[in-house]
Design a protein around this ligand. Structure first.
Ligand SMILES: *Cc1c(COP(=O)(O)O)cnc(C)c1O
Length: 950
């Protein structure tokens, strides 16, 4: 074996396995299988125009060299991003640990209690620091969270006394520039009118439905918004505040003014800057609005035995599942980063956070007074960590600062702002001050160490305690935190235990060599708004990745800005919208979406201001062409787009796809391809070939970014030539096309840091490895399909009987024996497996996607498990629910209990097949009680009194 070929490490099946697999599915060779799977008219005839793959060793050398083209300056730019110190114990045991980063969104609560607890900690931390009642478990970035606040409050208008035509939303001029840009993007399609101004002169009598403030302001000024909040309330104007999380340790939390929403980022709680992301944003609000909150909320409930259990609360109301009734499309969030930020608070505790906030604040005061003593006028009266200073010539200052590897925020010719952070040393402060001295010909060089009084007004000094819960006051030594992290990790089933065959989610290998560079300072410690010449390594990597994706999709250009697939959908539709408008066809607003589409599709369309028209699927699971044609023609005057997933969410390469895309073009629409299933296409066909105009890719599915327990994600959009001018920009660092739409994400290149993973994936596999990976994914799926033949019905297949890279098995017939699809999902846990996707896109089914990374041995174990469960289904009876499926999953506590009241053996319960014995995974709890938790919604850790009572 050639140990330098990465493909052989990434692809799970070996050469020697092929004959057996071909025999099982009844083909001679791979070529025959692919021929029978992919329609002729869309099969690529040429190899991908990408270089050959390189070895892991070569890649690591290359990526290190490239990293040195990034210059790590001391950066005091602020604007929502701050250098932070990731505690090594968190870096090593979470960020670099596949037990955490390869997990999926906690849909199967019984095997996800660890990250659910970590997320509950995050929510508790956010609720406490903001002073709000309830918080979600992360959004994509601060600016997106602010936009979600704007739209949630918009939807809530109907509850106000005001008339429905209240469309005005006030935005303080203190808001961060990237947030303002994103608000513009999101406001337009909904008809929201943004009014930007000074909150001190805001006229409350006007007909506004809501307002957004920044706390502290973008250049550091700390305002007292209590009066504003009061007047707003009296005038039925809802108030959202974008707040700096560290400042809330010292400042009065906005919750105490009675505001409605508080949003922000938790980046500075131990998350690397990463040239813009990924970082977890937060969204905290009042209990009253719990049913309108975007994103996921973790809640407390109980399991079958009445023991405490965690799960995603109000799960059936998850925004994207509301389809065209949704007000937000958030699906993938920033779970891994939220886990890390929450753990930062666990490690430091309230006293540690206070220490850090005090240190940053005191250094800022010191800086302000030192600069004042040498003649620089401070422009902020009250501040936390950021000061604005008047200078004679900011250009000259910049030259000096850059010569000393320092970045400041140059506001204009005579003003700069400086934001400090926990990584600033006293030595750094001296160097910083010396820049001012040198730039301005100051005669008195010795800045004095003056006594500094209080600069936060008494009314704004935080008086309420925070993080009094046990979890934030227990794990302050490294040993203790290491063990706490391990304790949680052990409760979670991730890819480092077994295959996770979640259809549509593509849980493939996240290779260690792809992940390693994420830990390096030359990638991690780069602020998104540094001058381009300090980020040449990033620029080269990102440009190459864009080109790689252009080649793979067949398109002309790529934007890496969207932070998730759903944001990509939204971005793509906004680009289509801008294209129609540019041609004087701005009235085109109908979006056709097949009934089988993922819920984010209609949600994104509604957010983009489009009207969703659902088209039918035929009995074979394909788009019903007659129905599509009828609707395309009926709406041809106003047709904006078709959204189509390919291969379909039914796991089939529909052979009429070109006819479908042509039909849309003939009626004036553009074709949006949802690229979640791109893993079945790479190297064999592509979106341009099927006739699409734009697609998003989920780099966290097809291109190896780990799911992180529900994020990070990257959802770039790739577009055909005519859409290229409209790719999104950023207000601070220009990106995108020459007629760019406003920002989709806060950072110019979205979550740039994790783009390294996809870049490495493509680079190491090369054109041949990429294509072989696709073939292996298709082979694995068809192998499972044929092994389950006769025992489970596969719902759909292509014209020649083949599945694409995933398939749906029908579990509805088992209702006759009283068995629901959930019972099968939970029973799989006893066999050491995470369930496939449950009830999407068809209720009562499982969708299985093995990916190319699994070995034949693992595929066989999984099939053995399902076939064994099939026998158990036969043994079950609708009259008696006391069976091994209904009682699943079985915990260690159950099977070792002195009482055993079940009509089957303990061995059958816990060790149903021989392979289970040697690698048993014990679920931490029994089945969760969903209804109980939703009736008694608790979304924070128990208060300290609860422990006192117990
Ligand atoms: C995963 C998925 C999405 C949404 O992607 P996110 O990154 O979770 O926002 C959209 N469509 C399909 C078919 C998907 O499988």
């Amino acid at each position: 074996m050639n140990t330098e070929v990465f493909a052989a490490r990434h692809i799970g099946i070996a050469e020697k396995d092929l004959p057996k697999m071909f025999e099982t599915i009844g083909v001679e060779n791979m070529e025959q299988l692919i021929y029978e799977t992919i329609p002729d008219d869309i099969t690529l005839k040429k190899a991908l125009a990408l270089p050959e793959g390189i070895s892991e060793h070569e890649f690591l050398n290359h990526i290190q060299e490239l990293s040195l083209k990034n210059k790590v300056f001391k950066t005091y730019i602020g604007l929502g991003y701050h250098e932070s110190l990731t505690p090594s114990v968190i870096k090593r045991n979470i960020l670099e640990n596949p037990g955490w980063y390869t997990a999926y969104t906690p849909y199967q609560a019984e095997i996800a209690q660890g990250r659910l607890e970590a997320l509950l900690n995050f929510q508790t931390m956010v609720s406490d620091l903001t002073g709000m009642e309830i918080a979600n478990a992360s959004l994509l970035d601060e600016s997106t969270a602010a936009a979600e606040a704007m739209t949630m409050l918009f939807e809530l208008r109907s509850r106000q006394q005001k008339k429905d035509n209240t469309l005005k939303f006030f935005v303080s001029e203190e808001i961060l520039p990237q947030t303002l840009s994103l608000l513009k993007t999101r406001a337009v399609p909904l008809g929201i009118e943004l009014v930007i101004g000074n909150h001190e002169t805001f006229d409350f009598s006007e007909d506004f439905y809501g307002a957004l403030l920044q706390y502290p302001g973008k250049f550091g000024q700390v305002y007292d918004y209590a009066g504003f909040a009061q007047k707003a309330k009296a005038n039925e104007i809802k108030v959202a505040v974008a707040a700096d999380i560290l400042s809330l340790v010292l400042l009065t939390p906005p919750g105490e003014w009675g505001v409605d929403v508080v949003v922000g980022t938790t980046q500075r709680f131990g998350i690397p800057l990463g040239y813009g992301g990924p970082h977890a944003a937060f969204f905290a609000t009042k209990e009253d609005y719990k049913r309108s909150i975007p994103g996921r909320i973790i809640g407390v409930t109980k399991d079958t035995d009445g023991n405490p259990a965690l799960r995603m609360a109000l799960q059936t109301r998850e925004q994207h599942i509301k389809r065209d009734k949704a007000t937000s499309n958030i699906c993938t969030a920033q779970v891994l980063l939220a886990v890390m930020a929450g753990m930062y608070a666990v490690y430091h505790g309230p006293k540690g956070l206070k220490y850090i906030a005090d240190k940053v604040h005191n250094q800022t005061k010191q800086l302000a007074k030192s600069l004042e003593s040498i003649g620089f006028e401070p422009l902020n009266a009250a501040y936390f960590d950021t000061i604005k200073v008047a200078v004679k010539n900011s250009k000259r200052l910049r030259e000096v600062a850059e010569s000393k590897n320092i970045n400041l925020n140059y506001v204009d010719a005579n003003t700069v702002s400086i934001s400090l952070n926990e990584a600033v040393s006293n030595e750094d402060l001296k160097t910083l001050i010396s820049c001012f001295v040198e730039s301005d010909d100051v005669k008195n060089h010795s800045a004095k160490n003056v006594e500094v009084g209080e600069v936060i007004p008494t009314a704004l000094q935080r008086k309420t305690p925070f993080l009094e819960h046990e979890v934030f006051n227990s794990y302050h030594s490294e040993t203790e935190l290491m063990r706490y992290i391990k304790k949680l990790e052990r409760k979670d089933l991730a890819l480092n235990h077994s295959m996770i065959s979640l259809g549509s989610c593509t849980m493939k290998l996240n290779a260690a060599s792809e992940m390693l560079p994420l830990s390096w300072a030359h990638w991690g410690n780069i602020h998104p708004f540094v001058p381009l010449n300090q980020a040449e390594g990033y620029q080269e990597m990102l440009k190459t990745l864009e080109q790689q994706l252009n080649v793979i999709t067949g398109f002309a250009a790529t934007s890496l800005q969207p932070n998730s697939g759903a944001q990509g959908e939204y971005a793509g539709l906004m680009v289509i919208r801008a294209y129609h408008e540019s041609r004087g066809e701005g009235h085109r607003n109908i979006c056709l979406i097949p009934a089988s589409a993922h819920g984010t599709n209609p949600a994104s369309a509604v957010m983009a201001g489009m009207k969703v028209v659902v088209t039918k699927t035929d009995e074979r699971g394909n788009i019903d062409i007659d129905d599509l044609e009828e609707k395309a023609k009926q709406h041809s005057e106003n047709l904006a787009a078709l959204m189509v997933t390919y291969p379909s969410t039914h796991g089939v390469f529909e052979s009429s796809i070109k006819q479908i895309t042509q039909l849309i073009h003939d009626n004036g629409g553009q074709v949006y391809m949802d690229g979640a299933n791109m893993n079945a296409q790479v190297g064999l066909t592509n979106p341009a070939t099927i006739g699409a105009d734009v697609c998003h890719l989920n780099l966290h599915k097809t291109f190896s970014i780990p799911h992180g327990g529900g994020g990070p994600g990257v959802g770039p959009i790739c577009v055909a030539e005519q859409l290229k001018p409209f790719l999104p920009t950023n207000p601070v660092v220009e990106t995108g096309g020459d007629r760019a739409i406003d920002a989709i994400s806060a950072a110019p290149w979205g979550s740039a840091l994790v783009c390294l993973i996809s870049y490495g994936y493509i680079k190491m596999l090369g054109y041949e490895g990429l294509t072989n990976a696709t073939k292996a994914a298709i082979l694995n799926a068809n192998y499972i399909k044929d092994r389950l033949k006769g025992k489970f019905d596969v719902l759909y297949a292509g014209e020649r009987g083949r599945a694409a890279h995933e398939m749906i098995i029908d579990c509805r017939p088992f209702k006759a024996n009283g068995i629901e699809v959930t019972d099968i999902a939970k029973r799989l846990i006893d066999y050491g497996f995470h369930a496939p996707t449950v009830s999407f896109p068809v209720a009562g089914t499982l969708m299985i996607e093995p990916t190319e990374s699994e070995s034949l041995a693992e595929l066989d174990k999984f099939c053995d498990a399902l076939l064994s469960i099939r026998k158990e289904i036969d043994e079950a009876s609708a009259d008696d629910p006391n069976n091994v499926l209904k009682n699943a999953p079985h915990t260690l506590e159950m099977v070792t209990s002195d009482v055993w009241d079940y009509p089957y053996s303990r061995q059958k319960a816990a060790f149903p097949l021989p392979y289970v014995t040697e690698n048993k995974f014990w679920p931490a709890i029994r089945r969760t009680d969903e209804a109980f938790g939703d009736r008694n919604l608790i979304c924070t850790c128990a208060p300290i009194e609860a422990y006192a009572e117990a």
